[in-house]
Write a protein that binds this ligand. Structure first.
Ligand code: HEC
Length: 165
């Protein structure tokens, strides 16, 4: 019996799985919430951290948050954030938009990006709970959230260190 009789059907099965498993995977906002942890250090729902707030970002014109110090390149973009632009930007931000201030290496896996975008559409839509008035209060002064504000300062002073005598 030739090996081919076994391998040919097997490779057919493998290519079938490769061809259909990936596009078949529906975008999953719950998995997206876990992946979004990579973004959450810099993006709050309604507050400005290092990056602009994300409420309503899908469908929003690029660089349109008043008072946020966007890079010139993002200001010049002129498009509205949709699936296509989010995929292109998030894959490799500095390649897609040289000069962007977004210090994030990139999200290379298409399914990961699909899931994060699904999260943004659902959990950062203007009518989502996180985007209601008062739902995203600033932490009390002095709280060290580990975040660096848009002004480049850390969110809180480090606690005074007691010097032992
Ligand atoms: C290290 C901080 C940092 C991380 C991590 C980060 N971002 Fe950003 N993001 C920024 C900054 C800063 C900008 C403004 C970029 C500019 O002006 O060029 C930005 C801009 C954006 C914008 C454009 C918003 C607008 O108002 O036009 C989107 C969309 C975005 N980020 C999505 C994400 C997503 C999704 C992730 C996680 C996968 C992420 N970012 C991770 C800092 C970050």
């Amino acid at each position: 019996m030739s090996a081919f009789r076994f391998i040919a059907p097997l490779s057919f099965v493998v290519s079938f799985v490769v061809a259909f498993a990936q596009p078949g995977a529906a975008a999953d906002p719950v998995r997206g919430a876990l992946l979004y942890k990579e973004c959450a250090g810099c993006h709050a729902p309604q507050r400005t951290l290092m990056g602009p707030p994300h409420c309503g970002v899908v469908g929003r014109k690029a660089a349109s948050i008043d008072g946020f110090a966007y890079s010139d390149t993002l200001r010049a973009a002129g498009f509205v954030w949709d699936d296509k632009h989010l995929h292109e930007f998030l894959t490799f931000p500095i390649m897609y938009m040289p000069g962007t201030k977004m210090g994030f290496a990139g999200m290379f896996d298409e399914n990961d990006r699909d899931d994060v975008i699904a999260f943004l559409k659902k959990e950062r839509s203007p009518d989502s709970p996180a985007c209601q008035p008062g739902a995203d209060p600033a932490p009390p002064p002095g709280t060290n959230t580990g975040e660096i504000g848009a002004d480049g300062n850390a969110s809180a002073q480090l606690p005074a260190v007691k010097v032992q005598n």
